[in-house]
Ligand binder design. Structure first.
Ligand code: SAM
Length: 343
């Protein structure tokens, strides 16, 4: 996915990138071979460093890639002092990327890209709310759209840290797969844009635990009542704008279709992503909704086509096989589910 993203997004071939925690260097080498650019492949572990050097030689990339054996933050801060600016940084830690985020932005050039992996889905999706609060400064409860919650929280947290340093971020492509989240963002050095991004895109999600209704708000005190008459719970701060840009997915998908050796699963994820990207409302877990409505769960494909027939946007999501993304109002969605259950 990283090389597909860079191939379709990086307009110049003479770019400079850092693979911050490179392991054996596989990803950085693939970037260099498939996309181009010059890169620093870094890993703190001396054994990993040894393999990075060897893999650079084996692939005859000595002129374009250099191995480093530094602690990730140290390397980035050294780069700031050297005046070298980066076009792309890849952050692929075990667990949370948060310990590296502040350092990542500082050596970036005016407009650059970052690929971030997070494997700490438990705190990101509120399975461990205490950790969520400590690490992501977010008070949460468990929600049915937990994977999307994880992505939105990761993006909001990155955007707020970036803004404090004078960088504005735009999430271009966001995915959750198995045990990890991966986001690709564009960063621009601009306090004015950073203000606009935080002002518009960092907000709250209101959520009804009894009916599963949900929506976004910029003002945590300005939320509708649940249809049950109860007050919703307000979760945040989180990212409330789009988490993927439609044009980016289309370009990545085009690149993917040209690539023969790609795993079928990657293509399927990208196709689902293309379909779901225009619906910003968090997906709803159909099994949980049907349990609230006390009806048998209809086939998700049937529900999707019924909603589309009625003129709503509706699609499955790559994030969860039980998840439905739709812009249909809650009452309408419930009505269609009841109607399908009667058949
Ligand atoms: C998840 S692996 C990276 C895998 C690699 N990106 C790949 O695709 O093969 C994480 C790597 O980070 C390295 N590492 C851990 N803490 C680090 C730190 N603070 N600075 C630099 N490298 C670190 C580990 O040695 C490990 O090789």
């Amino acid at each position: 996915l990283t090389t597909l993203f860079l191939k379709s997004t990086m307009l110049k071939r003479d770019f400079l990138f850092v693979d911050l925690r490179a392991g054996g260097g596989g990803r950085g080498i693939r970037i260099s071979l498939d996309v181009g650019g010059e890169g620093l492949l870094n890993d703190m572990d001396p054994r990993a460093y040894h393999y990075i050097k060897r893999n650079i030689l084996v692939n005859k990339l000595e002129g374009r890639l250099e191995a480093y054996n530094q602690e990730a933050n140290t390397l980035l801060n050294m780069l700031v002092l050297s005046g070298i600016t980066l076009d792309y940084v890849d952050v692929d830690p075990y667990g949370s990327p948060i310990p590296y985020i502040d350092s990542v932005f500082k050596p970036l050039c005016k407009k650059a890209y970052i690929g971030i992996t997070a494997t700490d889905l438990a705190p990101l999706s509120c399975t461990h709310p205490r950790k969520t609060l400590v690490r992501y400064w977010n008070k949460c409860i468990r929600v049915d759209f937990e994977k999307e919650y994880a992505l939105r929280l990761l993006i909001a947290s990155t955007a707020m840290r970036a803004a404090a340093l004078g960088f504005a971020v735009t999430p271009l492509l966001s995915t959750v797969y198995k045990h990890y989240a991966r986001i690709f963002i564009e960063s621009e050095r601009s306090y004015n844009r950073a203000f606009r991004v935080i002002n518009e895109c960092v907000g709250y999600i209101w959520y009804c635990t009894d009916t599963l209704e949900r929506g976004y708000t910029r003002d945590p005190y300005d939320t509708p009542n649940c249809t049950s008459g109860k007050r919703p719970i307000v979760l945040g701060k989180t990212w409330i704008c789009s988490i993927t840009v439609p044009d980016t997915v289309s370009r990545v998908l085009l690149e993917a279709e040209k690539t023969g050796f790609l795993r079928l699963e990657t293509l399927k994820i990208l196709e689902k992503l293309r379909d779901e990207v225009s619906i910003n409302t968090p997906y709803i877990r159909l099994d949980k909704l049907c349990s609230v409505l006390k009806v048998n769960m209809p086939k998700i494909d049937l529900l999707v086509s019924k909603l589309r027939e009625l003129g709503f946007q509706a699609t499955k999501t790559h994030m969860d096989v039980r998840g439905l993304k739709t812009n249909a109002p809650f009452e309408e969605l419930a009505r269609v589910i009841y109607e399908l259950a009667k058949r």
